[in-house]
Design a binder for this molecule. Structure first.
Ligand code: CDP
Length: 234
C-alpha cells in the first residue's frame, strides 16, 4: 500500500520555533518544507531596495509584477533557500531592517494575494509542511494536520536574540523584544488573514519542550492522520 501524503500547516507567533519543527518534520517524512515567512521577507527586501511606496497601490502592483520567487533545496542546510529573481537572498532577509518592515508589507492585500496564490500551488501534490501565520486558516484550510505553536514571550525573545547575536553581535535583547511584540501585534490585528488559531488546529506550547520532544509528539499526530507513514532516519 502506498503512503498517504498529507499537508501539515504550522502557524504561530514570531520566533516560537515553527521553522525548526517544520524542517525536522519534513526531513523525517520526506516532505517538502516551505517557509512562507521567507516569501514575505524577500518581497520586503525587493520593496526596500526599489524604494516602493507602501501606500501607493499602483507602485505595489508594478513591483509585484517584477518579482519572481522560487525555493531551491540547499544540501548543506537541508532546507530550501529562497531566490528573488534568481538571486539567493537568504543572507539578507533575516536582517533587522527587514524584520522591522516585513509585517507592514505582509499586511498589504496585493502582497498577500500574490504570495498565497503561489503557496496554494506548492501544496497541490501534498507531502508538504508549510509554516507561517495564515497557513491553516487561508492557504490550506483543508490541511489534514494543523498546528498552532506558541511559547512564553521571554523564551521566544531569548531564542531569537541568540540566533541574531550569532551573526550580528550588535543586536540587543531590547530591540529583539520590541520587534517581536510589534510584529505579533501587526500580524494579529491586520485586516487580511490575521494570525489566529484555526478552530481545528492543535495548540502546541513548546516553552518547556526540547526539539526532540516536540518532534516526537507531532510525529504521533501525523501517524494518526496519514496511513502508512514512513519515518526516515529514525
Ligand atoms: O521571525 P519569524 O521566523 O517568526 O517570522 P517569519 O515566519 O519569517 O515571518 C516574517 C513575517 O512575515 C511575519 O511577522 C508576518 O508579518 C509575515 N508572514 C505572514 O504574514 N504570513 C505568513 N504566512 C508568514 C509570514
Amino acid at each position: 500500500m502506498s503512503a498517504h501524503k498529507i499537508i501539515i500547516a504550522i502557524d504561530g507567533f514570531s520566533s516560537c520555533g515553527k521553522s525548526t519543527l517544520a524542517k525536522e518534520l519534513a526531513a523525517k517524512l520526506g516532505y517538502n518544507y516551505i517557509d512562507s515567512g521567507a516569501m514575505y521577507r524577500a518581497i520586503t527586501l525587493y520593496f526596500l531596495r526599489n524604494q516602493v511606496d507602501f501606500n501607493d497601490h499602483s507602485a505595489i502592483l508594478n513591483a509585484i509584477a517584477c518579482i519572481n520567487l522560487s525555493f531551491i533545496f540547499n544540501e548543506q542546510t537541508q532546507k530550501s533557500d529562497i531566490y528573488l529573481n534568481e538571486e539567493d537572498v537568504e543572507p539578507y532577509i533575516r536582517d533587522m531592517i527587514i524584520s522591522e518592515q516585513v509585517s507592514t508589507v505582509a499586511a498589504i492585500r496585493e502582497v498577500r494575494s500574490f504570495a498565497v496564490a503561489q503557496q496554494k500551488r506548492m501544496g497541490r501534490k501534498k507531502a508538504i509542511v508549510m509554516d507561517g501565520r495564515d497557513i491553516g486558516t487561508t492557504v490550506f484550510p483543508d490541511a489534514e494536520l494543523k498546528i498552532f505553536m506558541t511559547a512564553d514571550p521571554e523564551v521566544r525573545v531569548m531564542r531569537r536574540f541568540k540566533e541574531m547575536y550569532a551573526t550580528n553581535p550588535q543586536t540587543t535583547i531590547e530591540e529583539v523584544r520590541h520587534n517581536l511584540e510589534l510584529r505579533d501585534y501587526i500580524d494579529s490585528t491586520r485586516e487580511e488573514s490575521p494570525l489566529h488559531q484555526a478552530d481545528d488546529a492543535i495548540l502546541l506550547n513548546n516553552s518547556n519542550l526540547t526539539k526532540e520532544e516536540q518532534l516526537e509528539i507531532v510525529l504521533e499526530w501525523v501517524k494518526d492522520r496519514a496511513t502508512n507513514v514512513t519515518i526516515l532516519n529514525p
